[in-house]
Design a protein around this ligand. Structure first.
Ligand code: SF4
Ligand code: SF4
Length: 119
C-alpha cells in the first residue's frame, strides 16, 4: 500500500445537485475547509461550542456553494460532506438526523418560511 497521499484537487463546479451537511459535533475547528473552500462558503460559528469545546464550522454563504466537494475531501474528521438532496430532506423533515447535524440550505429555507409566515 502506498504511503503517499494523492494530491487533493477540487472537482470542477457544476449544478448544485447535493446539499452540504456539517456534523458540528465532529468538527475540530482546524479551519482547513474554511480556508480552502474556493467560494468562501464556510466560516466558524464563534457563537457556539460543540461538546469538544470547539467552535464548529457553519455556512456563512450557502448560496455560493458549487458542490465541488473540496471540503469533504480535505476535512480530516469527516465532519463535512455533500449528500443526495432528497435523502437529506427526508431525514431532516422526519427529524432523524444525528444531534449536531447542520444542513445550512434547509435551515436557510426554514428561516425564510418562518419570516414569511410572520409577515
Ligand atoms: S462543496 Fe464545500 S468546498 Fe466546495 S463550494 Fe461547497 S462548501 Fe465550498
Ligand atoms: S476541515 Fe473538518 S474539522 Fe476542520 S474546520 Fe472544517 S469541518 Fe471542522
Amino acid at each position: 500500500m502506498s504511503t503517499v497521499r494523492r494530491p487533493i484537487v477540487p472537482r470542477p463546479a457544476r449544478k448544485r445537485e447535493k446539499v452540504l451537511v456539517i456534523l458540528q459535533e465532529q468538527c475540530k475547528q482546524c479551519g482547513l475547509c474554511v480556508e480552502f473552500c474556493p467560494k468562501n462558503v464556510l466560516c466558524l460559528d464563534m457563537s457556539k461550542y460543540n461538546r469538544k469545546g470547539y467552535h464548529p464550522v457553519t455556512a456563512c454563504d450557502i448560496d455560493a456553494c458549487v458542490n465541488c466537494e473540496f471540503c469533504e475531501r480535505i476535512c480530516p474528521d469527516m465532519a463535512i460532506f455533500l449528500t443526495e438532496r432528497e435523502k437529506a430532506r427526508e431525514a431532516y423533515e422526519k427529524g432523524t438526523l444525528q444531534e449536531g447535524t447542520l444542513i445550512p440550505e434547509f435551515e436557510q429555507e426554514r428561516a425564510k418560511r418562518e419570516k414569511e409566515e410572520d409577515e
